[in-house]
Design a protein around this ligand. Structure first.
Ligand SMILES: Cc1ncc(COP(=O)(O)O)c(C=O)c1O
Length: 462
Protein backbone atom coordinates (compact mmCIF):
# COMPACT_ATOMS: atom_id res chain seq x y z
CA UNK A 1 0.00 0.00 0.00
CA UNK A 2 1.43 3.43 -0.90
CA UNK A 3 1.32 6.15 1.73
CA UNK A 4 -2.22 7.52 1.67
CA UNK A 5 -2.25 9.92 4.65
CA UNK A 6 0.58 12.37 4.20
CA UNK A 7 0.85 14.48 7.30
CA UNK A 8 3.16 17.40 7.88
CA UNK A 9 4.56 17.98 11.32
CA UNK A 10 3.40 21.13 13.13
CA UNK A 11 6.93 22.50 13.20
CA UNK A 12 6.97 22.45 9.37
CA UNK A 13 3.85 24.62 8.92
CA UNK A 14 4.61 27.41 6.39
CA UNK A 15 5.46 30.68 8.14
CA UNK A 16 4.84 32.96 5.16
CA UNK A 17 1.99 33.34 2.65
CA UNK A 18 2.76 33.52 -1.09
CA UNK A 19 1.58 36.53 -3.11
CA UNK A 20 1.07 35.79 -6.83
CA UNK A 21 0.88 39.54 -7.58
CA UNK A 22 4.69 39.58 -7.27
CA UNK A 23 5.14 37.12 -10.14
CA UNK A 24 2.39 37.91 -12.67
CA UNK A 25 4.00 38.61 -16.05
CA UNK A 26 2.00 41.86 -16.43
CA UNK A 27 0.61 44.21 -13.76
CA UNK A 28 -3.05 43.96 -12.75
CA UNK A 29 -5.40 46.76 -13.86
CA UNK A 30 -6.20 48.83 -10.74
CA UNK A 31 -9.62 48.84 -9.01
CA UNK A 32 -11.58 51.96 -10.04
CA UNK A 33 -13.74 54.31 -7.96
CA UNK A 34 -17.11 55.83 -8.95
CA UNK A 35 -15.35 58.56 -11.00
CA UNK A 36 -13.56 55.93 -13.11
CA UNK A 37 -10.16 56.73 -11.58
CA UNK A 38 -8.03 54.21 -9.67
CA UNK A 39 -9.01 54.11 -6.01
CA UNK A 40 -6.53 54.93 -3.29
CA UNK A 41 -6.09 52.56 -0.33
CA UNK A 42 -7.65 55.16 2.01
CA UNK A 43 -10.92 54.97 0.03
CA UNK A 44 -11.34 51.40 1.31
CA UNK A 45 -10.71 52.29 4.95
CA UNK A 46 -14.38 52.41 5.98
CA UNK A 47 -14.78 48.86 4.66
CA UNK A 48 -11.56 47.10 5.72
CA UNK A 49 -8.91 47.79 8.39
CA UNK A 50 -5.71 49.44 7.14
CA UNK A 51 -3.51 46.41 7.89
CA UNK A 52 -5.59 44.22 5.52
CA UNK A 53 -5.73 46.98 2.89
CA UNK A 54 -1.94 46.98 3.01
CA UNK A 55 -1.96 43.25 2.18
CA UNK A 56 -4.61 43.81 -0.51
CA UNK A 57 -2.38 46.18 -2.49
CA UNK A 58 0.94 44.51 -1.69
CA UNK A 59 3.15 43.12 -4.45
CA UNK A 60 5.64 41.64 -1.98
CA UNK A 61 6.20 37.96 -2.82
CA UNK A 62 6.28 36.58 0.74
CA UNK A 63 4.29 37.90 3.70
CA UNK A 64 5.00 36.68 7.25
CA UNK A 65 2.21 34.86 9.08
CA UNK A 66 2.01 36.24 12.65
CA UNK A 67 2.75 33.58 15.32
CA UNK A 68 -0.60 34.23 17.08
CA UNK A 69 -2.40 33.27 13.86
CA UNK A 70 -0.32 30.11 13.46
CA UNK A 71 -1.18 29.24 17.07
CA UNK A 72 -4.90 29.27 16.17
CA UNK A 73 -4.41 27.45 12.84
CA UNK A 74 -2.69 24.57 14.69
CA UNK A 75 -6.19 23.41 15.69
CA UNK A 76 -6.37 21.70 12.28
CA UNK A 77 -3.26 22.68 10.31
CA UNK A 78 -1.13 21.43 8.69
CA UNK A 79 -4.08 19.79 6.92
CA UNK A 80 -3.50 16.27 5.61
CA UNK A 81 -2.70 15.58 1.98
CA UNK A 82 -4.31 12.27 1.05
CA UNK A 83 -3.93 9.90 -1.86
CA UNK A 84 -7.25 8.70 -3.33
CA UNK A 85 -6.01 5.18 -3.86
CA UNK A 86 -9.47 3.58 -3.60
CA UNK A 87 -10.79 5.86 -6.33
CA UNK A 88 -7.69 5.12 -8.44
CA UNK A 89 -8.40 1.38 -8.16
CA UNK A 90 -12.06 1.86 -9.03
CA UNK A 91 -11.15 3.93 -12.11
CA UNK A 92 -8.32 1.52 -13.07
CA UNK A 93 -6.19 4.56 -13.79
CA UNK A 94 -2.40 4.71 -13.85
CA UNK A 95 -2.74 8.28 -12.46
CA UNK A 96 -1.83 9.01 -8.85
CA UNK A 97 -4.56 11.22 -7.39
CA UNK A 98 -3.82 13.42 -4.35
CA UNK A 99 -6.18 15.78 -2.57
CA UNK A 100 -5.58 18.49 -0.01
CA UNK A 101 -8.15 17.80 2.66
CA UNK A 102 -9.56 21.10 3.91
CA UNK A 103 -12.69 19.42 5.29
CA UNK A 104 -10.86 18.81 8.59
CA UNK A 105 -11.17 22.44 9.75
CA UNK A 106 -13.67 23.21 12.55
CA UNK A 107 -16.11 24.80 10.07
CA UNK A 108 -15.57 21.99 7.55
CA UNK A 109 -13.85 23.84 4.70
CA UNK A 110 -10.88 25.97 3.65
CA UNK A 111 -12.66 29.16 4.74
CA UNK A 112 -11.14 29.43 8.27
CA UNK A 113 -7.67 29.76 6.65
CA UNK A 114 -8.59 33.38 5.90
CA UNK A 115 -11.32 33.93 8.52
CA UNK A 116 -8.76 33.60 11.32
CA UNK A 117 -6.25 36.11 9.88
CA UNK A 118 -9.02 38.53 8.90
CA UNK A 119 -10.50 38.50 12.41
CA UNK A 120 -7.01 38.80 13.91
CA UNK A 121 -5.98 41.81 11.79
CA UNK A 122 -9.31 43.54 12.50
CA UNK A 123 -8.84 42.98 16.24
CA UNK A 124 -5.29 44.40 16.04
CA UNK A 125 -6.76 47.48 14.37
CA UNK A 126 -9.24 48.01 17.23
CA UNK A 127 -12.36 46.74 15.43
CA UNK A 128 -15.17 45.30 17.57
CA UNK A 129 -17.60 43.82 15.02
CA UNK A 130 -17.39 42.12 11.62
CA UNK A 131 -20.24 41.86 9.13
CA UNK A 132 -20.22 39.50 6.20
CA UNK A 133 -22.31 37.51 3.73
CA UNK A 134 -22.34 33.79 3.13
CA UNK A 135 -23.45 31.63 0.20
CA UNK A 136 -23.33 27.99 1.22
CA UNK A 137 -22.91 28.92 4.89
CA UNK A 138 -19.29 27.73 4.99
CA UNK A 139 -17.78 31.21 5.07
CA UNK A 140 -20.31 32.51 7.60
CA UNK A 141 -19.57 29.65 9.96
CA UNK A 142 -15.80 30.06 9.46
CA UNK A 143 -16.00 33.75 10.36
CA UNK A 144 -18.32 33.03 13.33
CA UNK A 145 -15.80 30.45 14.61
CA UNK A 146 -12.87 32.87 14.19
CA UNK A 147 -14.59 35.95 15.66
CA UNK A 148 -15.50 33.92 18.73
CA UNK A 149 -11.89 32.87 19.32
CA UNK A 150 -10.51 36.34 18.70
CA UNK A 151 -13.20 38.25 20.61
CA UNK A 152 -15.22 40.08 17.92
CA UNK A 153 -18.97 40.34 17.37
CA UNK A 154 -20.10 38.76 14.08
CA UNK A 155 -23.18 39.21 11.87
CA UNK A 156 -23.83 37.17 8.72
CA UNK A 157 -26.20 37.84 5.80
CA UNK A 158 -26.96 34.40 4.38
CA UNK A 159 -28.25 34.01 0.79
CA UNK A 160 -31.96 33.15 1.10
CA UNK A 161 -31.82 29.91 -0.90
CA UNK A 162 -29.00 28.51 1.28
CA UNK A 163 -30.69 29.82 4.45
CA UNK A 164 -33.68 27.63 3.49
CA UNK A 165 -31.66 24.66 2.13
CA UNK A 166 -29.06 24.59 4.91
CA UNK A 167 -30.65 25.48 8.27
CA UNK A 168 -27.92 23.55 10.13
CA UNK A 169 -25.27 26.04 9.01
CA UNK A 170 -27.24 28.82 10.73
CA UNK A 171 -27.17 26.81 13.97
CA UNK A 172 -23.38 26.40 13.65
CA UNK A 173 -22.98 30.18 13.31
CA UNK A 174 -25.22 30.74 16.33
CA UNK A 175 -23.29 28.13 18.33
CA UNK A 176 -20.14 30.18 17.80
CA UNK A 177 -22.06 33.28 18.90
CA UNK A 178 -22.85 35.00 15.57
CA UNK A 179 -26.15 36.45 14.32
CA UNK A 180 -27.43 35.12 10.98
CA UNK A 181 -30.17 36.72 8.81
CA UNK A 182 -31.56 35.66 5.43
CA UNK A 183 -30.67 37.93 2.48
CA UNK A 184 -32.28 39.89 0.93
CA UNK A 185 -33.55 41.23 4.26
CA UNK A 186 -35.53 44.19 5.48
CA UNK A 187 -32.54 45.41 7.49
CA UNK A 188 -30.77 47.40 4.74
CA UNK A 189 -31.73 49.76 1.89
CA UNK A 190 -30.24 47.38 -0.70
CA UNK A 191 -32.20 44.43 0.73
CA UNK A 192 -35.48 46.38 0.83
CA UNK A 193 -35.00 47.60 -2.78
CA UNK A 194 -34.47 44.05 -4.05
CA UNK A 195 -37.42 42.67 -2.08
CA UNK A 196 -39.68 45.37 -3.54
CA UNK A 197 -38.70 44.33 -7.09
CA UNK A 198 -38.33 40.56 -6.53
CA UNK A 199 -40.13 39.43 -3.34
CA UNK A 200 -39.49 35.73 -4.09
CA UNK A 201 -35.85 35.97 -5.15
CA UNK A 202 -33.57 33.12 -4.01
CA UNK A 203 -30.99 35.84 -3.30
CA UNK A 204 -27.39 35.81 -4.47
CA UNK A 205 -23.93 36.42 -3.11
CA UNK A 206 -23.90 39.78 -4.91
CA UNK A 207 -27.04 40.91 -3.02
CA UNK A 208 -25.80 39.64 0.34
CA UNK A 209 -22.47 41.45 -0.15
CA UNK A 210 -24.38 44.71 -0.78
CA UNK A 211 -26.29 44.30 2.48
CA UNK A 212 -23.20 43.45 4.53
CA UNK A 213 -21.10 46.31 3.09
CA UNK A 214 -23.96 48.79 3.54
CA UNK A 215 -24.42 47.91 7.20
CA UNK A 216 -20.67 47.93 7.91
CA UNK A 217 -19.99 51.35 6.38
CA UNK A 218 -23.07 52.99 7.90
CA UNK A 219 -22.01 52.15 11.46
CA UNK A 220 -21.06 55.47 13.01
CA UNK A 221 -18.88 54.09 15.82
CA UNK A 222 -16.01 53.42 13.37
CA UNK A 223 -15.53 50.04 15.08
CA UNK A 224 -17.33 47.87 12.50
CA UNK A 225 -15.84 46.51 9.31
CA UNK A 226 -16.82 44.16 6.51
CA UNK A 227 -15.10 40.82 5.80
CA UNK A 228 -15.15 38.97 2.48
CA UNK A 229 -14.62 35.20 2.23
CA UNK A 230 -13.20 35.09 -1.29
CA UNK A 231 -12.31 37.17 -4.40
CA UNK A 232 -9.93 39.72 -2.87
CA UNK A 233 -6.14 39.53 -3.05
CA UNK A 234 -5.62 39.27 0.72
CA UNK A 235 -8.12 36.39 0.97
CA UNK A 236 -6.33 34.43 -1.75
CA UNK A 237 -3.02 35.25 -0.08
CA UNK A 238 -4.13 33.67 3.22
CA UNK A 239 -5.29 30.55 1.41
CA UNK A 240 -1.88 29.87 -0.16
CA UNK A 241 -0.95 27.98 3.00
CA UNK A 242 -2.82 25.10 1.29
CA UNK A 243 -0.49 24.86 -1.70
CA UNK A 244 2.65 25.63 0.33
CA UNK A 245 1.90 22.76 2.74
CA UNK A 246 1.09 20.47 -0.20
CA UNK A 247 4.48 21.12 -1.83
CA UNK A 248 6.23 20.07 1.37
CA UNK A 249 4.00 17.00 1.71
CA UNK A 250 4.60 15.74 -1.85
CA UNK A 251 8.32 16.29 -1.39
CA UNK A 252 8.29 14.34 1.90
CA UNK A 253 7.17 11.19 0.04
CA UNK A 254 9.49 11.83 -2.92
CA UNK A 255 6.51 12.31 -5.24
CA UNK A 256 6.94 14.29 -8.47
CA UNK A 257 5.43 17.75 -8.88
CA UNK A 258 1.82 17.41 -10.13
CA UNK A 259 1.02 17.34 -13.84
CA UNK A 260 -2.48 18.64 -13.17
CA UNK A 261 -3.81 20.90 -10.38
CA UNK A 262 -7.57 21.30 -9.97
CA UNK A 263 -9.94 23.34 -7.78
CA UNK A 264 -13.57 24.40 -7.92
CA UNK A 265 -14.12 28.15 -8.27
CA UNK A 266 -16.82 30.37 -6.79
CA UNK A 267 -14.89 33.54 -6.01
CA UNK A 268 -11.63 31.65 -6.54
CA UNK A 269 -10.11 31.27 -3.06
CA UNK A 270 -9.67 27.51 -2.50
CA UNK A 271 -8.49 27.07 -6.09
CA UNK A 272 -5.98 29.91 -5.69
CA UNK A 273 -4.88 28.64 -2.29
CA UNK A 274 -3.82 25.30 -3.72
CA UNK A 275 -2.84 26.40 -7.23
CA UNK A 276 -1.00 29.73 -6.91
CA UNK A 277 2.33 28.26 -5.75
CA UNK A 278 2.09 26.04 -8.86
CA UNK A 279 1.06 29.00 -11.06
CA UNK A 280 4.34 30.55 -9.89
CA UNK A 281 6.21 27.42 -11.09
CA UNK A 282 4.35 27.60 -14.40
CA UNK A 283 5.31 31.25 -14.88
CA UNK A 284 8.90 30.13 -14.35
CA UNK A 285 8.70 27.36 -16.96
CA UNK A 286 7.13 24.26 -15.31
CA UNK A 287 4.84 22.19 -17.55
CA UNK A 288 1.65 21.90 -15.57
CA UNK A 289 -2.06 22.02 -16.34
CA UNK A 290 -3.97 24.20 -13.89
CA UNK A 291 -7.75 23.83 -14.05
CA UNK A 292 -10.36 25.94 -12.25
CA UNK A 293 -13.81 24.28 -12.44
CA UNK A 294 -17.09 26.19 -12.30
CA UNK A 295 -20.78 25.30 -12.75
CA UNK A 296 -22.44 25.69 -16.17
CA UNK A 297 -25.15 27.62 -14.26
CA UNK A 298 -22.58 30.33 -13.40
CA UNK A 299 -19.82 30.08 -16.03
CA UNK A 300 -17.82 33.16 -15.10
CA UNK A 301 -14.39 32.14 -16.40
CA UNK A 302 -15.52 30.07 -19.37
CA UNK A 303 -18.15 32.48 -20.76
CA UNK A 304 -17.91 35.81 -18.96
CA UNK A 305 -15.70 38.55 -20.46
CA UNK A 306 -12.72 40.04 -18.62
CA UNK A 307 -14.25 43.40 -17.75
CA UNK A 308 -14.61 46.00 -15.02
CA UNK A 309 -17.54 45.23 -12.73
CA UNK A 310 -18.75 45.68 -9.18
CA UNK A 311 -18.35 42.82 -6.73
CA UNK A 312 -21.93 43.30 -5.48
CA UNK A 313 -25.39 43.95 -6.89
CA UNK A 314 -25.93 47.43 -5.49
CA UNK A 315 -22.63 48.71 -6.90
CA UNK A 316 -21.17 49.62 -3.48
CA UNK A 317 -17.78 48.01 -4.14
CA UNK A 318 -15.11 49.51 -6.43
CA UNK A 319 -14.94 48.32 -10.03
CA UNK A 320 -12.67 45.28 -10.24
CA UNK A 321 -11.07 43.96 -13.44
CA UNK A 322 -12.29 40.37 -13.51
CA UNK A 323 -14.21 37.77 -15.43
CA UNK A 324 -17.87 38.52 -14.80
CA UNK A 325 -21.41 37.69 -15.84
CA UNK A 326 -22.58 41.18 -14.79
CA UNK A 327 -23.42 42.23 -11.23
CA UNK A 328 -27.18 41.90 -11.87
CA UNK A 329 -26.85 38.26 -12.91
CA UNK A 330 -28.64 35.96 -10.46
CA UNK A 331 -27.58 32.34 -11.00
CA UNK A 332 -30.08 29.49 -10.84
CA UNK A 333 -30.39 28.00 -7.35
CA UNK A 334 -27.96 25.09 -7.80
CA UNK A 335 -26.93 23.28 -4.63
CA UNK A 336 -23.30 24.39 -4.88
CA UNK A 337 -24.30 27.72 -3.29
CA UNK A 338 -20.67 28.80 -2.87
CA UNK A 339 -20.19 28.74 -6.67
CA UNK A 340 -23.14 31.07 -7.39
CA UNK A 341 -21.12 34.27 -7.81
CA UNK A 342 -21.25 36.55 -10.85
CA UNK A 343 -17.60 37.59 -10.64
CA UNK A 344 -14.19 36.01 -10.09
CA UNK A 345 -11.11 36.93 -8.09
CA UNK A 346 -9.10 39.52 -10.06
CA UNK A 347 -5.90 37.51 -9.45
CA UNK A 348 -7.48 34.32 -10.83
CA UNK A 349 -9.01 36.29 -13.73
CA UNK A 350 -5.67 37.87 -14.54
CA UNK A 351 -3.90 34.49 -14.47
CA UNK A 352 -6.59 33.17 -16.85
CA UNK A 353 -6.10 36.12 -19.22
CA UNK A 354 -2.36 35.41 -19.16
CA UNK A 355 -3.10 31.89 -20.42
CA UNK A 356 -1.86 30.25 -17.22
CA UNK A 357 -5.18 28.49 -16.47
CA UNK A 358 -7.48 26.15 -18.41
CA UNK A 359 -10.98 26.73 -16.99
CA UNK A 360 -13.84 24.23 -17.38
CA UNK A 361 -17.56 24.24 -16.56
CA UNK A 362 -19.69 21.25 -15.56
CA UNK A 363 -23.40 20.69 -14.95
CA UNK A 364 -24.49 19.72 -11.45
CA UNK A 365 -25.65 16.21 -12.45
CA UNK A 366 -22.16 15.19 -13.57
CA UNK A 367 -20.78 16.65 -10.34
CA UNK A 368 -23.23 14.79 -8.08
CA UNK A 369 -22.54 11.59 -10.02
CA UNK A 370 -18.83 12.09 -9.25
CA UNK A 371 -19.58 12.89 -5.59
CA UNK A 372 -21.45 9.58 -5.29
CA UNK A 373 -18.55 7.64 -6.88
CA UNK A 374 -16.27 9.41 -4.39
CA UNK A 375 -18.49 8.57 -1.41
CA UNK A 376 -18.68 4.92 -2.46
CA UNK A 377 -14.93 4.54 -3.00
CA UNK A 378 -13.09 6.98 -0.72
CA UNK A 379 -15.94 7.02 1.81
CA UNK A 380 -16.36 10.71 2.57
CA UNK A 381 -19.26 12.92 1.50
CA UNK A 382 -17.97 16.08 -0.18
CA UNK A 383 -19.49 19.55 -0.35
CA UNK A 384 -21.45 20.16 -3.58
CA UNK A 385 -18.84 22.79 -4.51
CA UNK A 386 -16.00 20.28 -4.07
CA UNK A 387 -17.76 17.77 -6.34
CA UNK A 388 -16.81 19.99 -9.30
CA UNK A 389 -13.12 19.40 -8.58
CA UNK A 390 -13.71 15.67 -8.10
CA UNK A 391 -15.56 15.46 -11.44
CA UNK A 392 -12.54 17.02 -13.15
CA UNK A 393 -10.07 14.74 -11.33
CA UNK A 394 -12.11 11.71 -12.48
CA UNK A 395 -12.21 13.01 -16.06
CA UNK A 396 -8.43 13.50 -16.04
CA UNK A 397 -7.86 10.06 -14.45
CA UNK A 398 -9.87 8.50 -17.31
CA UNK A 399 -7.78 10.44 -19.82
CA UNK A 400 -4.56 9.21 -18.17
CA UNK A 401 -5.85 5.63 -18.55
CA UNK A 402 -6.69 6.18 -22.22
CA UNK A 403 -3.27 7.71 -22.83
CA UNK A 404 -1.53 5.08 -20.67
CA UNK A 405 0.24 7.84 -18.71
CA UNK A 406 1.19 7.83 -15.01
CA UNK A 407 0.11 11.40 -14.32
CA UNK A 408 0.10 13.03 -10.89
CA UNK A 409 -3.28 14.70 -10.32
CA UNK A 410 -3.75 17.05 -7.38
CA UNK A 411 -7.03 18.65 -6.36
CA UNK A 412 -8.51 20.73 -3.58
CA UNK A 413 -10.99 18.90 -1.36
CA UNK A 414 -12.41 22.21 -0.24
CA UNK A 415 -15.04 20.96 2.21
CA UNK A 416 -17.27 18.19 3.49
CA UNK A 417 -20.95 17.95 2.59
CA UNK A 418 -22.40 16.79 5.88
CA UNK A 419 -24.48 19.96 6.16
CA UNK A 420 -25.47 19.74 2.48
CA UNK A 421 -27.33 16.45 2.41
CA UNK A 422 -30.53 18.03 1.02
CA UNK A 423 -28.74 18.38 -2.32
CA UNK A 424 -27.76 14.70 -2.24
CA UNK A 425 -31.36 13.79 -1.37
CA UNK A 426 -32.65 15.78 -4.36
CA UNK A 427 -30.06 14.18 -6.65
CA UNK A 428 -30.75 10.65 -5.44
CA UNK A 429 -34.51 11.09 -5.87
CA UNK A 430 -34.08 12.42 -9.41
CA UNK A 431 -35.25 15.97 -8.63
CA UNK A 432 -32.18 17.84 -9.86
CA UNK A 433 -31.65 19.21 -13.35
CA UNK A 434 -28.72 20.81 -15.12
CA UNK A 435 -28.75 24.51 -15.86
CA UNK A 436 -26.71 26.19 -18.55
CA UNK A 437 -27.29 29.86 -19.24
CA UNK A 438 -28.40 30.81 -22.74
CA UNK A 439 -26.61 33.43 -24.86
CA UNK A 440 -29.61 35.74 -24.31
CA UNK A 441 -29.28 35.44 -20.50
CA UNK A 442 -25.55 36.04 -20.79
CA UNK A 443 -26.13 39.19 -22.84
CA UNK A 444 -28.82 40.42 -20.44
CA UNK A 445 -26.48 40.03 -17.46
CA UNK A 446 -23.72 41.92 -19.27
CA UNK A 447 -25.96 44.90 -20.07
CA UNK A 448 -25.31 46.23 -16.57
CA UNK A 449 -21.59 46.68 -17.33
CA UNK A 450 -21.64 47.88 -20.92
CA UNK A 451 -20.87 51.48 -20.01
CA UNK A 452 -18.02 50.68 -17.63
CA UNK A 453 -14.41 51.34 -18.65
CA UNK A 454 -12.63 48.37 -20.25
CA UNK A 455 -9.56 46.96 -18.46
CA UNK A 456 -6.31 47.14 -20.35
CA UNK A 457 -3.58 44.64 -19.68
CA UNK A 458 -0.31 46.36 -20.32
CA UNK A 459 1.72 44.40 -22.85
CA UNK A 460 4.79 45.64 -21.07
CA UNK A 461 6.23 42.77 -19.09
CA UNK A 462 7.01 43.73 -15.50
C1 LIG B 1 -16.70 23.93 0.38
C2 LIG B 1 -16.57 25.12 -0.53
N1 LIG B 1 -15.80 25.00 -1.63
C3 LIG B 1 -15.66 26.02 -2.49
C4 LIG B 1 -16.32 27.23 -2.30
C5 LIG B 1 -16.15 28.31 -3.31
O1 LIG B 1 -15.49 29.43 -2.85
P1 LIG B 1 -14.03 29.79 -3.34
O2 LIG B 1 -14.06 29.81 -4.83
O3 LIG B 1 -13.76 31.12 -2.76
O4 LIG B 1 -13.12 28.75 -2.80
C6 LIG B 1 -17.12 27.40 -1.16
C7 LIG B 1 -17.80 28.68 -0.93
O5 LIG B 1 -18.62 28.84 -0.10
C8 LIG B 1 -17.24 26.31 -0.26
O6 LIG B 1 -18.02 26.41 0.81
Amino acid sequence: MPEIKINLSEKDIPRQWYNLAADLPTPMPPPLGPDGNPITPSMLSKVFPDNLIEQEVSTKRWIDIPEEIIDILYRWRPAPLRRAVYLERFLKTPARIYYKDESVSPAGSHKPNTAVPQAWYNKQFGIKKLITETGAGQWGSALAFSCNLIGLECKVYMVRISFDQKPLRKIMMQTWGATCVASPSNQTNSGREILKKMPNTPGSLGIAISEAVEEAVSDTSGKTRYALGSVLNHVLLHQTIMGLETKKQLKSINELEPDIVIGCVGGGSNFAGLAFPYVCDKIHGAKIQIIPVEPTACPTLTRGPFAYDHGDVAGLTPLLAMHTLGHNFIPEPIHAGGLRYHGMAPLVSHAAVEGLLEPRAYGQLKCYESAIIWAKTEGTICAPETSHAIACAIEEAHRAREEGKEKVILFSYSGHGLMDLTGYDKYLSGQLTDYAISDAELEKGLESIKDFPKPKISKQVK
